[in-house]
Design a protein around this ligand. Structure first.
Ligand SMILES: NC(=O)c1ccc[n+]([C@@H]2O[C@H](COP(=O)([O-])OP(=O)(O)OC[C@H]3O[C@@H](n4cnc5c(N)ncnc54)[C@H](O)[C@@H]3O)[C@@H](O)[C@H]2O)c1
Length: 350
């Protein structure tokens, strides 16, 4: 109670960041600090390391506030809402590996949906009105015809339980708003986040074998992994490999701050979706070749079979994010590869 009175008197703007120790969450924590907010991380570190907190403290020069708990545990999660008076919440906490979700669908539905429902229920109960939800371009499934998707593009059947958990998550949010809830929710449909903070103090460090391309590339180059497999070389793309819209994680992190700022200025409840990408596509082979140039090394890689749930080619139409949030990405794929490699080298030296 005393801390809540202190917050109100001192105009402290606490933001709840579930999954804030993870890859995108940790970079968002930095941007929140830089823009006058005080993030409160809630994470049980199931897919992140406690050392992230150390890195964040070095970058921000602040004592990072974090609570270690499972957001699927309603009672434990509620204590954080009682402790702090949040002006907004960013809900990252979820599982995210497409391939694993095909093998273990219940694990994905249980965690991704229960975590979201708890977050929404508690946000309503404690009047935390400004919410950002981590959605994904996977909600578009495999686009037919044009590969650039707008927020109005038809939502296709998801190609994996992970993608479906994001589609259902979006529907839950829409139903809640239709029911008369006072929450204001932006569903950010991320394309492919890559890179690391320029200091090399935080970056992508999943537990176990990485499932995203770039950490797999850097961990292979440094010798932690033997070989990179490129899943499929017979896609209908110029070089036969999948094409994605890669966005630097620091650009993506800033988009969350812009979203919270925008939501704070909205008078009425709402649910809206926004693509967060660059609008440009890069193939897996282009990533590998750029990495080899940036790192001045040659990567041990081979072609393998296509992977279940993978989409051939997709990138964002970004008009809405640029117009609504007054935000544009400033970094290139090459910048992201440079920063990811710097992060890997630093990790290895430490
Ligand atoms: N990285 C991507 O390629 C990508 C793309 C699109 C969308 N997303 C979404 O963005 C969000 C963040 O992704 P990320 O790449 O930072 O993932 P991440 O795994 O690095 O971070 C997620 C964090 O949430 C935590 N977490 C998961 N379940 C939890 C629970 N029940 N209780 C407490 N903590 C929990 C994990 O420990 C981890 O620190 C996810 O919702 C993901 O689906 C990610």
């Amino acid at each position: 109670m005393i801390s809540r009175i202190f917050e109100i008197m001192n105009d402290v703007k606490h933001i709840l960041v579930t999954g804030g120790a993870g890859y995108i969450g940790s970079h968002t924590v930095v941007e929140l600090y830089e823009n006058g907010y005080i993030p409160v991380i809630v994470d049980d570190f199931r897919n992140s390391h406690l050392s992230v907190i150390n890195g964040l403290e070095k970058i921000t020069g602040q004592k990072i506030i974090y609570r270690k708990l499972d957001v699927c545990d309603y009672k434990a999660f509620e204590k954080v809402f009682i402790e702090f008076s949040f002006v907004g919440a960013i809900h990252f906490a979820a599982y995210k590996a497409v391939g694993e979700s095909v093998q273990s669908p219940l694990k994905y539905y249980k965690n991704n949906l229960l975590a979201l429902i708890n977050c929404l229920e508690l946000a309503e109960k404690y009047h935390v009105e400004n919410i950002v939800f981590s959605s994904s371009c996977t909600v578009y499934g495999e686009p037919t015809g044009v590969k650039t998707v707008t927020e109005e593009s038809k939502i296709q059947p998801a190609s994996s339980p992970y993608g479906n958990s994001k589609q259902i998550g979006e529907e839950i949010i829409d139903d809640l708003i239709k029911s008369g809830s006072s929450l204001k929710i932006l569903k950010l449909r991320y394309f492919n986040p890559v890179g690391a903070h320029e200091t090399g103090l935080i970056g992508e460090l999943p537990i176990g074998k990485p499932t995203n391309l770039l950490p797999f590339v850097t961990q292979t180059a440094i010798g932690k992994l033997d070989e990179l497999t490129v899943f499929g070389n017979d896609y209908n793309t110029p070089d036969g490999t999948c094409i994605r819209d890669y966005i630097h994680v620091c650009d993506l992190a800033l988009a969350h701050v812009k979203s919270i700022e925008w939501l704070e200025n909205q008078p009425n409840s709402l649910s809206d979706s926004i693509n967060i990408g660059t609008g440009k596509g890069t193939s897996v082979l282009e990533i590998i070749h750029t990495f080899e140039k940036v790192s001045e090394s040659s990567l041990n890689w081979k072609f393998g079979d296509r992977r279940d749930g993978d989409i051939e080619e997709i990138y964002a139409n970004v008009d809405k994010s640029w117009k609504l949030l007054k935000w544009k990405p400033t970094k290139t794929v090459k910048d992201a590869i440079f920063d990811a490699w710097n992060w890997e080298l630093k990790l290895n030296n430490d």
